[in-house]
Design a protein around this ligand. Structure first.
Ligand SMILES: Cc1cc2nc3c(=O)[nH]c(=O)nc-3n(C[C@H](O)[C@H](O)[C@H](O)COP(=O)(O)OP(=O)(O)OC[C@H]3O[C@@H](n4cnc5c(N)ncnc54)[C@H](O)[C@@H]3O)c2cc1C
Ligand code: SF4
Ligand code: SF4
Ligand code: SF4
Length: 370
């Protein structure tokens, strides 16, 4: 069989406009030390830098979330068959949880559960730290390494440090290139927080047994319906369309719709709900080509959908995920609410609805592409 290379990714993925910019190919390139490929513009697909040094080994092609070469292998490992019979992936139980630490809860996106689990693992020396994402401004995120509660809080957007001025940033994106960060910390035991496309590449690398995936101790997956991308002209359009000033935004939450929290202007915080379909023009195009909503190849998945305000929906998946979740509960760093069977079914139905909608969106998009 002909071995594929990065050149094939350009043809089959980039040229079709479906590169999810997860950064997996760059991070896990077999010859990363020769800078063969790289991300020149953080809002565009990776490019060749030293093409002549490419080994044409095909690793980048195998792990790309848009080639799906290793899907069968991963499905065996993560006990997943298909989205029709398993729209939420493989799981035994689903929970609504919340941080017990006041600050982690207050500054958490939803219930502050992801950061509480990371903090717990750091304090117990299970991991040296985590690759997370920090907020510089609304719609602007950057991958970062956190090895303390202080770092985790700082990354969540709390102004513990000086952050760049809003008007210095020309482009805003909710997406972050966390995977390339792995190479910087390859000698550490890591937790990685990521969207489904990012964690897919790590699952592939683990499956292939390629460095530095062995350092990833646990993958904490976020639900993800879509990511947003704003250029200057779109920012102006957004401000006009929704009568919201970017500089007034203090927080963005994603549940059944996108919830924008406006800064307190003296009359208290105000929230505005905008349905996903009203934000189509601001979505990263490649997100149309993505089917996984609940992060089926993670150890534990987390989302806001299905849970009450200030609670996180938690789906432990792998044996490791279930153990860590139980330890965090037993240690009292997170608490869960008792949910009746009826309520649980409603949660599952709602998440199923979003999962199926994402699968359908991809099918439609790919049909139009071909
Ligand atoms: C782009 C994006 C889209 C999402 N879409 C949905 C959705 O459609 N429906 C839904 O129910 N939930 C969605 N979520 C998940 C939800 O917003 C919360 O992250 C999740 O419920 C966990 O909340 P928490 O309070 O427990 O997490 P916290 O304790 O606040 O921790 C969140 C962690 O996620 C990290 N993080 C934040 N953004 C990113 C990013 N872009 N890439 C990698 N790591 C990041 C933070 O650094 C932090 O460590 C999305 C999240 C993101 C980042
Ligand atoms: S060396 Fe291998 S992994 Fe790196 S770009 Fe070339 S084909 Fe891809
Ligand atoms: S691995 Fe990620 S960044 Fe690389 S081509 Fe595929 S989708 Fe794009
Ligand atoms: S929808 Fe989410 S997981 Fe899918 S490509 Fe976009 S950012 Fe990645």
């Amino acid at each position: 069989m002909e071995t594929k290379s990065f050149q094939d990714l350009i043809k089959e993925v980039h040229d079709k406009g479906i590169c999810q910019e997860c950064g997996g190919c760059v991070s896990f390139c077999s010859s990363a030390e020769y800078n063969i490929i790289g991300i020149k513009d953080q809002y565009s697909p990776p490019e060749y830098i030293n093409k002549d040094k490419c080994l044409e080994c095909g690793i980048c092609y195998y792990i790309c979330p848009q080639t799906h070469i290793l899907d069968d292998e991963l499905n065996k490992t993560y006990k997943f068959s298909d989205y029709i019979s398993m729209p939420l992936g493989n799981y035994d139980n689903i929970y609504s949880c919340q941080a017990t630490d006041k600050e982690l809860l207050e500054y958490g996106t939803d219930g502050g559960v992801v950061n509480s689990i990371i903090n717990f693992l750091i304090e117990n020396k299970d991991i040296d730290g985590a690759v997370v994402s920090k907020t510089d401004a609304p719609f602007s995120r950057e991958a970062t390494f956190a090895d303390s509660k202080y770092d985790l809080l700082k990354a969540s957007g709390v102004k513990l440090d000086i952050t760049p001025q809003l008007d210095e940033i020309q482009k805003f994106c909710t997406y972050t290139h966390s995977i390339p960060k792995l190479n910087h910390y390859k000698f550490k035991k890591l937790a990685v927080v990521g969207t489904p496309c990012q964690l897919y590449t790590i699952a592939c690398m683990k499956d292939l047994g390629v460095t530095p995936s062995q350092n990833v101790n646990i993958c904490l997956g976020l639900f993800c319906y879509e990511n947003f991308f704003f250029e200057k002209s779109q920012i102006e359009k957004f401000e006009k369309d929704f009568n919201i000033r970017f500089s007034d935004l203090s927080r963005i939450n994603i549940k059944e719709d996108v919830i924008f929290t406006l800064k307190d202007q003296g009359t208290g915080e105000k929230t505005i709900h905008i349905p996903f379909n009203h934000l189509e023009g601001y979505m990263r195009v490649a997100c149309n080509a993505c089917a996984d909503f609940t992060n089926i190849y993670s150890d534990i998945s987390f989302g806001g959908l299905g849970s009450p305000e200030k609670y996180t929906t938690v789906i432990p998946r792998t044996e490791k995920g279930k153990t860590v979740f139980k330890r965090a509960l037993d240690a009292g760093v997170i608490r869960k609410i008792d949910i009746s069977d009826d309520k649980k079914q409603q949660m599952v139905n709602l998440i199923t609805q979003f999962s199926k909608s994402k699968v359908n969106r991809k099918e439609q998009f790919m049909k139009n592409l071909s």
